[in-house]
Ligand binder design. Sequence first.
Ligand code: MG
Length: 302
Amino acid sequence: MKRRDFLKTSLAGVAGASLATLPAVVTGCGPAAPKKADVPLRLSFQEGIAPGANLGEKLDYMENLGIVGFEPGGRGLAGRVSEIENALRGRSIKVSAICAGFGGFILAEDPAVKNEFDTTMREIVEAAGRLGSVGVIMVPAFNNQKPCKPHTLETRDYLCEQLHALGEFALQCGTTVILEPLNRREAFYLRLVPDAAAICRDADSAGVKCMGDFWHMQEEASDYAAFMAAGPKYLQHVHIASRGRRVMPGEDGEVDNYVDGMRALKEMAYPGYVSFECGTKGERTETVPAAVALLRSQWDQA
Ligand code: MG
């Protein structure tokens, strides 16, 4: 045997021996991971997306398009639980996430404003749990929310402590809280999905999760890397819009490419929703189905 062949054979033997000592889940002997092609695209709409004069008509429209998630706003949610439950009864659509809707903000300097956040956010989280929602979306502080705690290490520690308590409360309610990074013009405090994921890790509660919004993800160097950094452990929700003017995906032409991010979602077998959060410049009856078709075609390519 030539020396080069001998080395090849020996190294293969070493690799085989090491693999044999690894836990079954690493060598692939555990439950089989779903194939990329089998990971479904689970689309969701916020309340304003579908055409329709009332919630029933909107849900009819969504069902016809194969939309499986509904993302209501959080404002007044406690008073809408029965209305939403009744509207969804017997349908193939479930509540996805709840979009914000609380008063105050978590990083407020003023105790009264922080208290308003605590009270209203917990009320929404409770209602979200009753509706079986994946979580309530929140932003730590918008740029225009002042006075805000300074962007320091101490504030980050404070945020993690506060989120821990909120996350544990959300778990008791059967749901989560979801940090949404925005872009620098809206919320300098939190702009990157990997940073949000690191805050989830340090908040140390399974009730604290994060999300990515393809619109705000203009901040990211890579959609793929951003989603992968959060991974299935922290990534709980996704928002989508066109990437130029935040209208329906496809209305901004070629820039509306989501394949790189979708590839990450498929590789991690993302079980959550991709939810529309956008306006439109055209006729909803045309732009909405066109956007859904575009996303399905890009999902197939990813
Ligand atoms: Mg969003």
